[in-house]
Write a protein that binds this ligand. Structure first.
Ligand code: IPM
Ligand code: MG
Length: 356
């Protein structure tokens, strides 16, 4: 029995997860996967209910699961809270607690949505890349502080990486490159940072043993530019935590809408799957959100943790079919297409699965 912890979170989180669960139910039924679902609190709603963004009970729940499905967290209601109580803290804590060091963010330009992209068609056509972001090291978790020095206030955050932290994330990126186009790009700032120089050295050593993989080294500023200029050159991008945070948001624009982008975070224990978008409080509860990112996150879970490749492929193909049929939520709407809500989009994808 496969144990799933369901953490719908805040804003549009619960409504996109409702649709993702409908799709999971049908996909699991088709492949004979047996699972249990247990719900927990995280983020702003958890703060309201318990005073903590990641209550102890949720911590227990996720540790006892095989996988975690998360909606989204945060909203203006909680923006004024001290750092320790902010919804984001719940997300950072769950990453650390589960040791989720590898964050996988695939970005693909869906041909049906190519004209939705703010980029010219010839730039985004065929884009299919994966950002592998280190998720529990670097500036996010290094020593930090704020010091009052009388007439000045000084604050600092430190980036630290050990060779073992770098090796384990590189191994994930190498495995991914092997499963994909065989090309790996290390993104760093090795012309300035010591941590980057260590990443580069270890990458050189590890990749020397992998003649099947084509390796590239690109500085992060140049990578930001290349992602807009010629994104088709990238297959797998591997990078440290903060560079990955920034570049994955930038790369997401190549895929027409954040509402189409799933993500997975893996480590030694249970893995976590979540749409790449945020909680979009401005449209929460209005049946306007795009559930496809959440639905594709379920597909990633089936593929990565349950080893149900066929079920995952079927979900992706059902999404393709509803896009072919012209169904569009607000974020991907264009002239001549059929505007649908969150629920109708989820149900149309389930119908496609049933008819396969
Ligand atoms: C992300 C988000 C988070 C991050 C925030 C919400 C803490 O931007 O998942 O990319 O910076 O990692
Ligand atoms: Mg981010």
């Amino acid at each position: 029995m496969f144990k799933i912890a369901l953490l719908p979170g805040d804003g549009i989180g619960p409504e996109v997860m409702d649709q993702a669960i409908k799709v999971l139910r049908e996909a699991a039924h088709r492949c004979g996967l047996e699972y249990t679902l247990q719900e927990g609190l995280i983020g702003g709603n958890a703060v309201d209910a318990t005073g903590e963004p990641l209550p102890a009970e949720t911590g227990q729940l996720v540790l006892q699961s095989d996988a975690v499905l998360l909606g989204a967290i945060g909203g203006p209601k909680w923006d004024g809270l001290p750092v320790e109580k902010r919804p984001e803290k719940g997300l950072l804590d769950i990453r650390k607690k589960l040791g989720l060091y590898a964050n996988l963010r695939p970005v693909k330009c869906w041909p049906q949505l190519i004209d939705q992209s703010p980029f010219k068609r010839e730039i985004v056509d065929g884009v299919d890349l994966l950002v592998v972001r280190e998720l529990i090291g670097g500036a996010y978790f290094g020593a930090r502080g704020t010091q009052d020095c009388g007439n000045e206030i000084k604050a600092y955050d430190t980036i630290e990486y050990s060779s073992s932290e770098i090796k384990r994330i590189l191994q994930v990126a190498i495995d991914m490159a092997r499963q994909r186009g065989g090309k790996l790009t290390l993104v760093d700032k090795a012309n300035v940072l010591d941590t980057s120089r260590l990443w580069r050295r270890i990458t050189g050593e590890m990749l020397a043993e992998c003649p099947d993989i084509q390796t590239d080294y690109v500085y992060v500023d140049n990578c930001a530019m290349q992602l807009c200029r010629k994104p088709g050159q990238f297959d797998v991008i591997v990078t440290e935590n903060m560079f990955g945070d920034i570049l994955s948001d930038q790369a997401s624009v190549l895929g027409a809408s954040l509402g189409m982008l799933p993500s997975a975070s893996t480590g030694e224990g249970p893995a976590l799957f979540e749409p790449a978008h945020g909680s979009a409080p401005d449209i929460a509860g209005e049946d306007k959100a795009n559930p496809i990112a959440a639905i594709l996150s379920v597909a990633m879970m089936l593929r990565i943790v349950c080893h149900e490749k066929k079920a995952a492929d079927e979900i992706e193909s059902a999404v393709n079919k509803v896009l072919d049929r012209g169904l569009r939520t607000d974020d991907i709407m264009s002239e001549g297409k059929e505007r649908v809500g969150t629920k109708a989009m989820g149900e149309a994808i389930v119908e496609e699965l049933i008819s396969m």
